[in-house]
Design a protein around this ligand. Sequence first.
Ligand SMILES: *Cc1c(COP(=O)(O)O)cnc(C)c1O
Length: 362
Amino acid sequence: MKFTSFIPGPSQLYPTVPHHIRNAVDQQILSWSHRSEDFRQLCENTVQRIKEVMAAPGNVHVFFLGSATEAMERIIQNTVERRSFHLVNGSFSKRFYTIASQLGKEPEKLDAEPGKPFDFDRACIPNDVELLCFTHNETSMGIRVNMDDIRHMKQQHPDALVAVDVVSSAPCVDLDWRIVDCAFFSVQKCFGSPAGLGVLIVNDSALEKSKNLEVKGISIGSYHSFTSLLEEAKRSQTPETPNVLGIYLLGKVCEDFLESGIDVIKKRTEEHAALLYDFFEAHPVIRPFVEDPRARSQTVVVAQTPGGSKRIISSLKRDGFVIGSGYGTYKDTHIRIANFPAHSTEDLQNVINKISQLDVDE
Ligand SMILES: *Cc1c(COP(=O)(O)O)cnc(C)c1O
């Protein structure tokens, strides 16, 4: 049976993607050499469109990786000798921290209580901190960090670089590129594309740090070190045979976004988020998990289901709407609903109507 996916990734394909996939097949793009001039142009086009949708300055560098998780590892390897600091408010921010430990660094962190904003006054950030790591939109909990808080922390530690995971919010995020040195996302969330491609955007300060580590004899990785990625990116190439289809589709989806207007997409996302939060606010049993409206994610709406989420999820599934369960320990007490550009107002209204008709246990 056909269904509409509201899973927070992989999610519903952006409506134009099937057409772009067929086009890629028809034009034989998938048989192009990744060293050909045609591929170089394709790659250059996608890089340009990414910069536009992310409102990034011209002097940043865009690297293609296998996933967003890979971006976490590459950032740690290339910008941290010893100490990163992580704002941990869910599973993905925790993973970033864990990766730093696994790479033999000495990361520190500030934990937030589940669903609560950070108590920044409690952060003990060491003076030798080299990298501050934020997850702009914590997909596991439906909570976001505000740009002002990132700015504030950077002001207190001006020598540290700043890395921001924007996996489940890009391009619906206003990044302040004056303070962000590394940002990354994968394509199966808001970009509504097939999984298997990560995008990492870095500035010259991040590259310089990587160079310094390399000179010191510290390992910055091999084929996907910043040095190696930069060398190839300069001529719109990648060190390895890349995900050509993914790079093509991302470029096309970015073009579609730009045609609609990024501001229009952002505004629509906020309107849709308000629809969902207002509905759960008024619901007798199911409530928004994140109480503070300023901290609520606009792209992944998480609600508490005290009587269990399984029955709700399976009822909706019978009607062709697939929504997410809670993440990790919240598997059966939360539902998660993706609010991505691929989701129309009608889709969301339908999900809301279905949930409102359910007889939900307390
Ligand atoms: C999905 C997600 C990731 C991981 O993305 P992959 O493409 O699976 O590596 C990382 N961070 C956040 C916030 C996510 O939502």
